[in-house]
Design a protein around this ligand. Structure first.
Ligand code: OFO
Length: 178
């Protein structure tokens, strides 16, 4: 059964929101790079890839359901922040906003009795719990270490170790995840 037009259009909006998220995190990566915080910059690049994967997972789903992906213009992201914790405050607020968007998609799926979409969207519901928790954790640590450059360097080194999840590239390419 092909996807309902209302559900398809709402998912197309979410593809735009996820690509905007990718764009926002790439902008944050550039800002951290300018601050010579390469670990934070790396963490944001990984986040950029994860958000691109979130968009493409939706993209693949619409196609699997015989729908049509229609891409819309992406808004320009913020480009400047006044503090390190200010960036992560922004991340935390942005992820809380994305959670509301995902919850709204689940409501639409329920209204339409679209069980396939509802089941698919549960992955995003779980993902948002993790994304909000991670943003909050880094924000809390940045607030605790404020002004302590050694602790900031330690956190930067930790964030330098992040690598994208193994599923990112296959999902972006529309290949099976093994
Ligand atoms: Fe950062 O969230 Fe996508 O879904």
């Amino acid at each position: 059964m092909s996807i309902d037009k209302e559900m398809q259009d709402a998912i197309n909006e979410q593809i735009n929101a996820e690509i905007y998220s990718a764009y926002l995190y790439l902008s944050m990566s550039s800002w951290f790079e300018d601050q010579n915080l390469i670990g934070f910059s790396n963490w944001m690049r990984c986040q950029y890839l994860e958000e691109s994967m979130h968009a493409m997972k939706l993209y693949n789903f619409v196609n699997e359901r015989s729908g049509r992906v229609v891409l819309k213009p992406i808004a320009g992201p913020e480009t400047d922040w006044d503090s390190f914790d200010g960036v992560f405050q922004h991340v935390a607020e942005h992820e809380a906003h994305v959670t509301k968007l995902i919850n709204n998609l689940v409501s639409i799926a329920r209204k339409l009795n679209d069980y396939a979409s509802e089941s698919f969207l549960m992955w995003y519901v779980d993902e948002q719990v993790e994304e909000e928790a991670t943003a909050d954790e880094i924000l809390t640590r940045l607030r605790m270490i404020k002004g302590d450059n050694n602790a900031l360097y330690t956190l930067d080194t930790e964030l330098k170790a992040r690598v994208p999840a193994p599923a990112v590239l296959p999902i972006i390419l529309g290949q099976p995840v093994v």
